[in-house]
Structures are given as C-alpha cells and as structure tokens.
Design a protein around this ligand. Structure first.
Ligand SMILES: *[C@@H]1O[C@H](CO)[C@@H](O)[C@H](O)[C@H]1NC(C)=O
Ligand SMILES: *[C@@H]1O[C@H](CO)[C@@H](O)[C@H](O)[C@H]1NC(C)=O
Ligand SMILES: *[C@@H]1O[C@H](CO)[C@@H](O)[C@H](O)[C@H]1NC(C)=O
Ligand SMILES: *[C@@H]1O[C@H](CO)[C@@H](O)[C@H](O)[C@H]1NC(C)=O
Ligand SMILES: *[C@@H]1O[C@H](CO)[C@@H](O)[C@H](O)[C@H]1NC(C)=O
Length: 501
C-alpha cells in the first residue's frame, strides 16, 4: 500500500544515480536489518526462517498460485466471435454500442505462459531477497490492507485498500486487458495489439544479483521479441500498433554498455516501434508512455471514488507541508537532506515521516495520515526522477511540490492537468540550494489558491487510480482506461504508422 519510496542510501552509492534502483520496497525493508549488528539481525533471520518454513510447508497458501494469476474472463473467452466482423461481444449490453470504442479494439496476444503466468507462479524466485507472492496476489493488488487502514479512512472504504507494490503494473494491466470492454478476439478487427509479457518481473532477479550476466538480463526480452516478431500482424506494421506494459522505470531497460545497469530490452531493434507503458519514461522517446504508479487505493465503483474525494476534501489539514522518505544516511548536499533540514527546523509547519528502515513497510498508515493532514507534500527526485509518493500524496488531496520538471510534468501528461500551476507548486532546486525557504514560498500562497489547487488534485484522482473492477469504474475513466484509450487514439492519429523523422 504505502511502501517506502526511497531506500536509505547506506549501501553502494551508485555512480549513475538515475539508474541504480533503490526504490525496491523489499530492499528497503531488509537492508537495515542486515547492516545493523545487534538484536534486530537475529529478529530478521528468525522472520526469514519462518517465512521459508511457511512457504515450504504450505503450497496452497492463499497468496500462492491461483490468486496470483490474472483471471481470464470466462465470459469473454467464450465470446470469441465466429464471425470476426462482429462489432460487439454478444450478451453484454454495455458493449453493444459501437460508440463505446471510438478508437477501435485491442487484441491480446496469447503468449506462452513462461512469459507471464509462470513468472507469477514462481513468485518466490522473482526477487533475490524475499518472496513477491503476497505482492502479486489479488491480480497484482496484493493482500487486503483493510484492517491496517481502518482507523484512518471511512469504514466503507477500507475494503478498497491493498498492500499494492509499486512494481505490479504488468499483472494489473494484463488482468484488466483480458476483461477490457474494447478487447477483441479477432486480430483482423483489432486496431492495436497488447503483448502481455511481464518483463519487469522477469528481469528483477538478475537486476539485483551482482554476478548476473548481461545475457541473463536480456534473455527473456529476446525470446519475447523472437516470438512476437513471427506474428503476421507485427510483420505487417513493424510493431507500431503494438504495446506492452513494463512495470519498472525506463532506465532499467536501457543498458547501452556491457558493464552498466539493467537490461537492454528497449534498445533491441524489434522493440523500436513498440509502445511501452511504464511508471517512468524517457521523455525524449515517443514510444515510452508514463502511466501512474499503482497506489494502495483501488475503488470498485464511481461511488467509492466520490466517497473518497469527499473524505479528502473535508479533511482538516493542520500541517502546511510534509516530507516522507528515508531520513538517515543522506550524503552531504544531497538535495533531500536540504529539504529534510528545512522540515526539521519548522516543526510546527512541516511533518517528517521517517521511512528509513522498515518504518513504512509494515502496514502503518503513517504516510497516508501525514498526507491527509498536510496542504502540501515535498516531492524531490530520488535516484530516478519519479516516485510513487507523488500519487500517494495527491490521492490524499495534498498538493505536490516539485523541484524537477521531469518528476511529473514531463511524465504523466495524459493523467494530470495540463497547467502545472493549477495543481502543484514548482520551486527550482537551485533556488533551494541557494537558500530559498520552502515555508516562505508556501506561506505566500493564499488559502483560497491552496483550496483551488487541492480541488484540482481531487478532480484528477480517478485518472490515477486502478479500479478494483474488471470492467473499470463503469462511468468514469481510471488510469487503465486513460492509458489504453490514449494509445488507441495515437494509433488512429498515426493512420498507418509512426512517421519517423
Ligand atoms: C552467482 O553467484 C551465486 C552465489 O553467489 C551462484 O550460485 C551463481 O551460480 C552465480 N552465477 C553466475 C552466473 O556466476
Ligand atoms: C520501425 O518503423 C519504421 C517505420 O515504419 C520502419 O522503417 C522500421 O523498419 C521499423 N523498425 C523495426 C525494427 O521494425
Ligand atoms: C459510505 O458511508 C457514507 C456515510 O457513512 C456514505 O455517505 C457513502 O455514500 C458511503 N459510500 C459508499 C461507497 O458506500
Ligand atoms: C509499524 O512500525 C511502527 C514503527 O516501527 C510501529 O510503531 C507500529 O506499531 C507498527 N505497526 C504494526 C501494525 O506492526
Ligand atoms: C544561486 O546563486 C548563485 C551564486 O550566487 C547564482 O549564480 C545563481 O544564479 C543562483 N541560482 C538561482 C537559481 O537563484
């Protein structure tokens, strides 16, 4: 739900800070225990042993296989039209209107299971340190967080909260896509083609294994591209009407030299024209599309969204601004260290949520509460430009304060208001380094203006949540709808292929 957005930089300071990923929540949870030479080490080992025993002894635990596999919709699968020109999927009144798919339909490739469902089945081995089985259960939402969150949110909304991991996008999108109202089972009548390959999960282990070879990090992607490259529709279009979800940041797939971080997936020739939906894009690559990080809130209906919007709108906010992140181990002059110092020096106006160690990883609702109680939240870049915290913050109706354009403005254009000043505050990082006081800037913004910005943030909530409903919010577009429709619209606009300049 509310995982740590930064990992304490106590270990191996990367040479290429953009690339080395310290955002992994498990890493965050585990490292401090390993690095502390006291009782906690033993506690950690005991927990690890216990988990191991549980895994070995209970192959049918609820979070193991079946729950973690995306549910194909039996209804839809039975509806494969005999007549491929059929424009609607019989038996479903919502789908009868051709106007509901103005940009055409999507064909979902049936990939060999080793590219998706088997990766999830082997969830225990995805990450070198800990199991991802819980995180990937529940079609990528993770386990229910209702109990932990019930004291913080209205009772009838706690069921919409899950322990969602920020890297679960591939599973979430695949499940929704299988049930998408504009899915077609006939490639001939499709405008776009979805490749449900979980690359991010496939490469996770090799990303974090020190001695992994580049061949290991590239293997899955190569295999997938070989497979897709053989498909007639891919050959026909060179892939420009194909898309895929990559559940990590773009830089994890952009290794250009052998010794560097990551997989070279995006640089493989056949990938060139395939659009990738990612949590952080390279803003200069047309084929990268940034989509919202999944948060822990997954409303089932328009009513849930409205109730949540109402809740955050009425919230009494007593703190001017908040900062959530790891507070230990900042190197001197680290920008986050400057923010942290400013925050600590204004205890009446700024609230620090120390997410060092495992403090935010255990189900505490500390981050959500801090955002719910603050007018603004500070969103510096971490090791990469974006953080999930941006969305945790806005979900709570708090107005984000950015220091880099690439943190949001050059990322999530389809999901956030076009006018940055309407929903967020931008303070140049160099001014902060020069001594500009954050509280000074924020205090100058009138209450009326704050209210207006918050209203804008609240208005956009549906566009950055992922609905807990196979059909979406039914009456409102969620992040999935915006992303897929955005891609379909692009394909239609391109009319016959991307014009390479
Ligand atoms: C990497 O190291 C692990 C243990 O340290 C070992 O089991 C594995 O075989 C090694 N892999 C390669 C490719 O050398
Ligand atoms: C990408 O698309 C362009 C234009 O259609 C085409 O010339 C090129 O060969 C494609 N690249 C690949 C690797 O298919
Ligand atoms: C939740 O309860 C509140 C009042 O207790 C009500 O106004 C709201 O409509 C309910 N929301 C949902 C989604 O049932
Ligand atoms: C989570 O951790 C915090 C701080 O480490 C602790 O105060 C809190 O009680 C923990 N919550 C649960 C549910 O274990
Ligand atoms: C910061 O201060 C330096 C030195 O005084 C100055 O050259 C620079 O323009 C300032 N930058 C900003 C963004 O104010």
């Amino acid at each position: 739900m509310l995982p740590v957005s930064d990992t304490p930089p106590v270990y191996s300071k990367p040479k290429t800070p953009d690339i080395l990923d310290r955002k992994h929540s498990y890493l965050t949870a585990v490292k401090p225990y390993l690095s502390l030479h006291h009782r906690r080490t033993w506690f950690f080992l005991a927990v690890l042993l216990l988990q191991l025993l549980l895994l070995l002894s209970a192959p049918s635990l609820p979070f193991s296989l079946s729950a973690a596999t995306p549910r194909p919709s039996p209804a839809l699968d039975n509806l494969i039209p005999d007549n491929p020109t059929s424009t609607h999927l019989a038996g479903d009144t919502i789908l009868d209107s051709p106007a509901s798919c103005p940009y055409g339909k999507v064909y979902v490739y049936d990939l060999p299971p080793q590219f998706n469902t088997e990766i999830v089945k082997n969830c225990g081995g995805i990450n070198p340190w800990s199991s991802r089985c819980d995180a990937l259960s529940n079609t990528g939402f993770g386990k229910s967080a209702a109990a932990a969150i019930s004291g913080t949110v209205p009772a009838n909304l706690s069921g919409a909260w899950f322990w969602t991991d920020q890297f679960s996008l591939e599973v979430i999108y695949h499940n929704r896509m299988l049930n998408y109202r504009c899915r077609t089972a006939a490639p001939e009548s499709a405008a776009a083609f979805y490749i449900p390959f979980y690359v991010g999960l496939a490469i996770e282990r090799s990303l974090f294994t020190k001695n992994s070879t580049t061949a290991e990090r590239d293997r899955h992607c190569k295999m997938m591209l070989d497979w897709v490259g053989d498909q007639p529709r891919f050959k026909k279009s060179n892939g420009w009407d194909h898309f895929i979800t990559l559940g990590r940041i773009s830089w994890d797939f952009r290794r250009s030299r052998d010794g560097d971080w990551g997989s070279a997936c995006i640089y493989m020739p056949a990938m060139r024209n395939i659009t990738r939906l990612l949590i952080e894009k390279n803003p200069w690559d047309y084929f990268d599309v940034a989509v919202p990080y999944p948060t822990g809130f997954h409303p089932g209906s328009v009513a849930d969204v409205a109730a949540w919007q109402d809740f955050v709108r009425r919230r009494d906010r007593r703190t001017l601004f908040s900062f959530a992140g790891a507070t230990r181990g900042f190197i001197k002059n680290d920008f986050r260290g400057i923010l942290l110092n400013q925050c600590y020096s204004e205890p009446g106006s700024c609230r620090v949520v120390d997410c060092g160690g495992s403090k935010c990883a255990n189900g505490s609702s500390a981050i959500l509460e801090a955002f719910l109680d603050s007018d603004f939240c500070l969103q510096p870049r971490g090791d990469s430009f974006t953080r999930r915290s941006i969305f945790d913050c806005m979900l709570a109706g708090s107005v984000p304060v950015f220091f880099w354009h690439r943190t949001a403005y050059l990322q999530y254009e389809w999901f956030l208001p076009g006018e940055p000043g309407s929903y967020s505050v931008f303070i140049d990082r160099n001014e902060v380094k020069n001594g500009t006081s954050i509280i000074g800037v924020l205090n100058k913004i009138s209450k009326k203006k704050v209210k207006k910005m918050r209203e804008k943030v609240i208005e956009y909530i549906p566009k950055f949540v992922y609905a807990n409903n196979n059909r979406g919010l039914e009456g409102m577009d969620d992040a999935f709808d915006v992303a897929v429709e955005g891609f379909l619209r692009r394909v239609k606009e391109q009319e016959g292929g991307y014009k390479w300049k």
